[in-house]
Design a protein around this ligand. Sequence first.
Ligand code: PEP
Ligand code: MN
Length: 302
Amino acid sequence: MRDDWRKRFAETPDCLKSARRRQTIVPVLDIEVGGDEFITMAGPCSVETEFQLMATANRVRRAGARILRGGAFKPRSSPYAFQGLGLNGLKILARAREESGLAIVTEAMSEDDVPMVAEYADILQIGARSMENYSLLEAAARSGRPVLLKRGMAATIADLLRSAQLILDCGNPNVILCERGIRTFETATRNTFDVGAIALLKQISHLPVIADPSHAAGHRDLVPALARIAVAAGADGLLVEVHPNPEKAWSDGEQSLDFAGFDEMMDALDPWIALRGLELERRRRGVSRREAADLRPMEAVG
Ligand code: PEP
Ligand code: MN
């Protein structure tokens, strides 16, 4: 790494690459985040019903996702919007893991909720709005679960690394960084996808970097292109919102892909992932196109 980067990020030495630490691999069930496989985490913004989550879990698994996302505790831009199913949502997530074999990533919003969320989740998500909530970060770190740390919408790369450093300082080495777009003067996209941050983080940090094209774009038709760009920029994986019927989603429907859209996105990513020399989980598992295409419209699903 260049000396000027080392000086610039000197406050967060444990996040930086060194001769001893070139790449952290975060183990999650039988999955390695930051290893040779490009890892896709996919699922609805919010857990709504058991049927919605099970249908999504099975479909995203067949399309090659390894980790199921879904919020049970939702930080919303409006205090009047749906706040999540709470404990019931966590229980539905756990059943989806049992049925699909996918690992679970879900958000903890307050330090008081961490023990309960950690009981059900394989990865604790720290949302953009919470990136600088240090008591939450400490509690998440001490839970022993891997932590997916989302970049705050007005956080610099140095701010993101400071929060990561705090988790490392608490003795938890399993931190996954997540670029999800930042706030700029542009309003046509929900946030501005900072691909430079992905490229830079991959140069200076040994921590895995996951890209969230859904919250960056805010519009589902932009998600596949941003996902491709994330692969090209060197991301270790993706976090993508997928819903059986996005028009009826209880949160973030405009940016959620439907099942066919997710299949298409994953297919289109294959050559880009292969260019990086990473493994394609789908190929390894031998899931056939026909199996992946065995879909029924899900109009009935909320
Ligand atoms: C989410 O992942 O649904 C979410 C709320 O993301 P962020 O914290 O990045 O806004
Ligand atoms: Mn969302």
